[in-house]
Write a protein that binds this ligand. Structure first.
Ligand SMILES: [Zn+2]
Length: 278
């Protein structure tokens, strides 16, 4: 099937009472494993790539690869830009056929964050594409970027931020962290407060380190999307690492790549089902 528009996917989540996982890809094997995992689970979601990863593969390479793998499946998947760091990246992704966009201007002061998100929203909505924005800073390692900032989302800013930017999903900082080096400590009362004030659904980053029962608990606070990056990357890297450890002369890249796809697919299917208690 074709890539699904982000607004259509949001409706699908709402109608079916689902939390949609977003899985970050980097290369062909991760892409194939992610898309096959969605098909096996029979539930839709996002395949995503971050701005920093676009230095390695262009938006067009990623979009062409995802669209090509999507041909074999019947489960709704949107292609999402994760942590869009520049307006140029956003435009390049829309041009390449991405169907959902995140703009991350959360490192900027409040007014500048609003300004950057607003112009991205105006641009993306013209093309019928929804925008996720971040309020508050998420600690930890995201690709090549390490953030030591730990500014939780201020609930007093939520309504104004969403109304003035026109964003469609809100990524929050409530003790969730990027990567596997720090332990998350989710502040559920804060999440609940934010959800009550936010006119749009909530997104949690750093899913790999969050226990599944906590993700399911967050569902009660209008959670629509939860991001997974490190978990799949470990499944991918371990496949090659273990083969090398057991035989330093290992060179069978094709069968190991197939094995990596299968390992990633199994993790994706397991995560989708755990998140939705399916
Ligand atoms: Zn993130």
């Amino acid at each position: 099937m074709q890539l699904v528009n982000g607004f259509t996917l949001m409706d699908y989540a709402e109608k079916n009472h689902l939390v949609l996982p977003a899985f970050n890809t980097t290369n062909y094997e991760l892409t194939a494993g992610i898309i096959k995992g969605f098909e096996e689970a029979g539930l839709g979601g996002y395949i995503a790539i971050s701005s920093s990863n676009l230095k390695l593969s262009s938006p067009k390479i990623i979009a062409d690869m995802v669209k090509s793998v999507m041909k074999d499946i019947s489960t709704p998947v949107a292609l999402h830009l994760d942590h869009g760091k520049s307006f140029e990246d956003v435009k390049a992704c829309i041009e390449a056929g991405f169907t959902s966009i995140m703009v991350d201007a959360s490192h900027l002061p409040f007014e500048e964050n609003i300004k950057e998100v607003k112009r991205t929203v105006e641009y993306c909505h013209f093309y019928g594409i929804p925008v996720e924005a971040e309020l508050g800073a998420i600690q930890g390692k995201e690709d090549d970027h390490i953030s030591n900032e730990d500014a939780k989302t201020d609930p007093n800013d939520v309504l104004e931020f969403v109304q003035r930017t026109g964003c469609d999903m809100l990524a929050v900082s409530i003790g969730n962290v990027h990567g596997m080096d720090l332990a998350p400590n989710l502040d559920f009362p804060l999440l609940q407060k934010i959800a009550e004030l936010s006119p749009v659904p909530i997104v949690l980053h750093g899913g790999s380190g969050i226990p599944f029962d906590q993700v399911r608990k967050a569902k009660a606070s209008n959670l629509i999307k939860v991001n997974y990056g490190s978990d799949l990357r470990q499944a991918f890297i371990r496949t090659f690492g273990e083969a090398y450890e057991s035989d330093h002369n290992e060179f069978d890249i094709m069968s190991l790549s197939k094995k990596a796809i299968n390992n990633v697919e199994a993790r994706v299917e397991a995560i989708i089902k755990e998140v939705n208690n399916h």
